[in-house]
Design a protein around this ligand. Structure first.
Ligand SMILES: C[S@@+](CC[C@H](N)C(=O)[O-])C[C@H]1O[C@@H](n2cnc3c(N)ncnc32)[C@H](O)[C@@H]1O
Length: 197
């Protein structure tokens, strides 16, 4: 979804694209394949290495950096920032290590989404866009509100409904008890939020 949303932006060759929470590097690589000057960031050393190797295997250049969200690119601005951050609501604070770091989003799933939405505006070039994906269970309206508070024009541009994924399904009872899921609800919407500077 996010790769398609980025492609739809029709960025010029050489556009500066940042993929935050890059994991495998997939979105940065997709951007580089379209001629972007791509940077990828992840907090996991292994993910950074993986993104570097995958970029090489795909024959593109990606600047892969280790860091907490946008700290590694302090002072830099981009024409597009894309992110598929961890957003799974859980009953604990964010993990500091381990594979769970790829999906755990803190108590309401918004620990990283909120920070990213608050920080993005100062890393966007004039006319730049942030594209972020998450589940409707973590509160699409909150995402739009934070982005707008920071002066961005934010809207949901893609919605896809479907059954809860395996991780959310396994937590359904707990999420119902915490009123993050309506009783019996086993569907979610995955949304792409676009915010323009
Ligand atoms: C859901 S995965 C996204 C993978 C990939 N972007 C994709 O779309 O397939 C989330 C990634 O965020 C990374 N991550 C978690 N906390 C982070 C943080 N504070 N700063 C940067 N990356 C983080 C994890 O290591 C993981 O690779």
């Amino acid at each position: 979804m996010l790769a398609r949303a980025l492609a739809a932006e029709g960025l010029a060759p050489g556009a500066r694209v940042l993929d935050v929470c890059t994991g495998s590097g997939m979105l940065a690589i997709a951007a580089a394949q379209r001629g972007a000057c791509a940077t990828a960031i992840d907090i996991s050393r292994r993910a950074v290495l993986c993104a570097r190797v995958n970029a090489r295997l795909n024959g593109v250049r990606v600047r892969a950096l280790r860091g907490d969200l946008l700290t590694a690119v302090s002072g830099e601005r981009f024409d597009a920032i894309v992110s598929n951050p961890p957003y799974l609501p859980g009953d604990a604070d964010l993990p500091e290590r381990g594979a769970e770091r790829a999906w755990e989003g803190g108590h309401d799933g918004r620990a990283l989404v909120d920070r990213l939405c608050s920080q993005a505006a100062r890393h966007l070039a004039p006319g730049g866009v942030l594209l972020i994906v998450h589940s409707s269970l973590c509160g699409t309206d909150s995402t739009l509100a934070i982005l707008r508070e920071h002066g961005l024009r934010a809207e949901v541009t893609v919605r896809r409904s479907g059954s809860l994924g395996p991780l959310l399904r396994a937590r359904a009872a707990e999420l119902e008890a915490r009123r993050l899921l309506a009783p019996g609800q086993r569907e979610e919407e995955v949304v792409v939020v676009r915010a323009a500077a």
